[in-house]
Design a protein around this ligand. Structure first.
Ligand SMILES: NC(=O)c1ccc[n+]([C@@H]2O[C@H](COP(=O)([O-])OP(=O)(O)OC[C@H]3O[C@@H](n4cnc5c(N)ncnc54)[C@H](O)[C@@H]3O)[C@@H](O)[C@H]2O)c1
Length: 349
């Protein structure tokens, strides 16, 4: 922490999703927002209430030079994640970067190596880990409920939930991919986390472009990424993962999220029973020859936001819950899926 302040001096770069970063820091007594950055000055107005004393910049490099923040959070389009994180760490800041970690594994490894070389903390905002349901499931997995986890199924599919055509989310050069790199990151992460973070070895999959590309073409707007991805992953410990991720396909619900990890003693499930972002944590096991299942109501209670947690990691000098290695494993699966889809065969990670 900077000597002049007892608080962790935070800066937020990118003020779309960054709105949530600003709100969370404003609710964290140990944090002080000193810098806000966006190319679009209108975005500043939306977050001013959370940080009336913070200086607004349109150039993040100037902000790093002037403010010398302890912590920088990055909520920029995906193609900027690696570059800005590395610049921020070189300027002396710790970094909490939005998911996905980067555009690809190569960039993600460069980020991790920079953090290690400079002795900076680098967290990835795999924010679903911070939901009480996911934490409760993780506690059960850590206590051995699953036995030996050997398979996971994970999905996040939408009936119709495309980002705006013509925007960066739907252009490969800026986003690195479609729903797989946008929504899939969260569900693949939950599966890997509950399985105990095995390393991916091979990936096989498909990336379909049946809906988004033709629709965007009709509107004469840019969109060149998949709208549906499905994959099969083998891990170093013999476990497997199957996933389905989409921004649009025929299904009953608007949002369908479901992650199930199966082990030798039981299964753990994280899903949205309704059509929104309310989650259930459930278990299935066997007792005295009978199948038993139910909802997990015990949680650790209120959790810190991922942003406040990062502030505390800096104060206590401990690692963030989602590490660069976690981000790299996910990125390897994404790279593998896109390569497999292109080549039409299973690929090594
Ligand atoms: N953890 C989550 O659940 C979650 C949720 C939503 C978005 N995200 C991630 O957050 C990131 C941002 O997504 P978003 O929805 O806010 O996108 P967005 O396009 O709405 O916002 C990005 C902002 O960055 C600004 N910007 C672009 N280039 C810039 C530059 N060079 N310097 C400064 N500002 C610049 C834009 O003006 C815009 O305000 C993405 O990587 C996305 O995947 C994560």
């Amino acid at each position: 922490m900077a000597k002049s302040s007892s608080k962790v001096r935070c800066a937020v770069i990118g003020l779309g999703m960054g709105w949530h970063h600003c709100k969370a820091f404003s609710e964290c007594p140990e944090a002080e927002i000193v810098g806000l950055v966006d190319l679009n000055a209108d975005q500043h107005n939306k977050v001013k209430e959370f940080a009336p004393n913070a200086t607004f910049y349109t150039d993040y490099k100037e902000m790093l030079k002037q403010e010398k923040p302890d912590l920088v959070t990055i909520a920029l389009p995906n193609f900027l994640h690696a570059k800005v994180a590395i610049d921020a760490m070189k300027a002396g800041a710790n970094v909490l970067g939005e998911k996905p970690m980067a555009l690809n594994t190569k960039e993600a490894i460069k980020m991790r190596d920079t953090a290690e070389k400079l002795g900076k903390k680098l967290g990835i905002n795999l924010s679903y880990r911070f939901t009480p349901q996911a934490r409760a499931l993780k506690d059960m997995a850590d206590q051995g409920f699953l036995g030996d986890p050997y398979h996971a199924f994970s999905k996040w599919t939408r009936l119709d939930g495309f980002p705006r055509f013509g925007g960066w989310f739907g252009q490969h050069e800026f986003s690195g991919g479609g729903p797989l790199i946008d929504l899939g990151v969260h569900r693949i992460d939950l599966a890997l986390w509950l399985m105990g973070s095995p390393s991916p070895v091979t990936v096989s999959g498909m990336a379909h472009k049946q809906i988004g590309v033709p629709r965007a073409k009709k509107q004469k707007l840019k969109f060149d990424v998949e709208d549906f991805a499905t994959g099969f992953v083998r891990f170093d410990n013999g476990a497997s993962l199957v996933f389905e991720i989409s921004w649009g396909n025929f299904q009953q619900k608007q949002e369908d999220m479901y992650t199930k990890v199966t082990g030798t003693k039981g299964a753990l499930i994280h899903h949205n029973p309704g059509d929104g972002y309310d989650f259930n944590a459930e278990y299935v096991t066997e007792e005295a020859g009978h199948v038993v299942h139910g909802e997990i109501s015990q949680t650790r209670g209120a959790l810190r936001s991922s942003y406040a947690e990062m502030v505390h990691c800096i104060i206590d000098d401990r690692p963030f819950l989602a590490s660069p290695e976690d981000g790299i494993h996910i990125q390897q699966i994404l790279d593998g899926l896109y390569k497999s889809a292109k080549l039409g065969r299973e690929v090594k990670v």
